[in-house]
Ligand binder design. Structure first.
Ligand code: ATP
Length: 237
């Protein structure tokens, strides 16, 4: 049988999630069903507390699936063993607002950390790979700087380079451009879109940033833990 030309990166069905116990128990995700094909940039938006981060972390194997199904890269997350989840996480890239760089390592060394989960690589190529991705993110002249000597936006771009350097199949990002100026934010989105077209990399991104929403292929809106709108769009620009 020929391979499916457009396989699903994510397939979520009847997903529910609760926080707390007893009287404090509160449902954060209500019956979410969502298929995301490989490639492309999907934006998750919605008011504060609507469940965006919870949904992102459930899809990214960072939170245990309690009820419903989450298929990621063809594997079901609910009930999966820790070993299987660890193997899957190695195929993902995560970008969060708090960049968590190692202060004692240079930008290059921080990005090289993103390759250490790849057992099959040739480590002699790590340094050049880190340099290349930092260059793509406009940091060619900051490669050997320490985090203390970088601005907040530059540190965030180093964290993004670290998430991208290993060639992840799916990228989960939570407000990745919040700390970036307009130009850097647009460069990050352009790079994610290029990865989608060239390598079929899928990006799922929580954002309120209108510049990014304009560039997204699809916008999924949550309210009170439910999907209230799911819109495909022709990207602008
Ligand atoms: N660890 C937690 N323990 C208890 N409740 C939580 C926890 N994390 C999230 N919640 C609750 O779940 C709901 C959804 O939160 P979530 O962080 O997913 O929303 P969000 O849309 O990402 O919000 P924001 O835009 O403010 O980041 C909220 O009511 C929140 O208070």
């Amino acid at each position: 049988m020929p391979a499916d030309p457009n396989p699903l990166a994510l397939s979520v069905a009847g997903l529910n999630h609760w926080f707390g116990r007893g009287e404090a128990r509160k449902q954060a995700i209500h019956d979410v069903t969502l298929d995301i094909p490989s490639g492309g940039l999907t934006a998750l938006m919605g008011p504060s507390g609507s469940g965006k981060t919870t949904l992102l972390t459930l899809m990214g194997c960072l939170r245990e699936v309690q009820d419903g199904a989450v298929g990621l890269l063809g594997q079901e997350l609910r009930g999966a063993s820790e070993a299987r989840l660890v193997a899957l996480r190695r195929r993902l890239g995560f970008i969060f607002q708090a960049h968590n760089l190692h202060e004692s390592l240079s930008a290059r060394q921080n990005v090289m950390m993103g390759l250490q989960v790849k057992p099959q690589r040739d480590p002699r190529l790590d340094s050049a790979a880190a340099e290349r991705v930092l260059g793509l993110l406009g940091l060619a002249d900051r490669i050997d700087y320490m985090p203390a000597n970088l601005s907040g936006g530059q540190k965030q771009r180093v964290a993004i380079a670290r998430a991208l350097v290993g060639g992840p199949e799916v990228i989960f990002a939570d407000e990745p451009t919040a700390a970036l100026d307009r130009e850097s934010g647009m460069a990050v989105v352009a790079l994610l879109k290029r990865l989608g077209k060239m390598r079929g990399t899928t990006t799922v991104m929580v954002t309120h940033d209108n510049r990014i929403l304009n560039q997204a292929d699809r916008i999924v809106t949550l309210e009170d833990g439910r999907i209230v709108e799911d819109r495909l769009q022709e990207a602008v620009g």
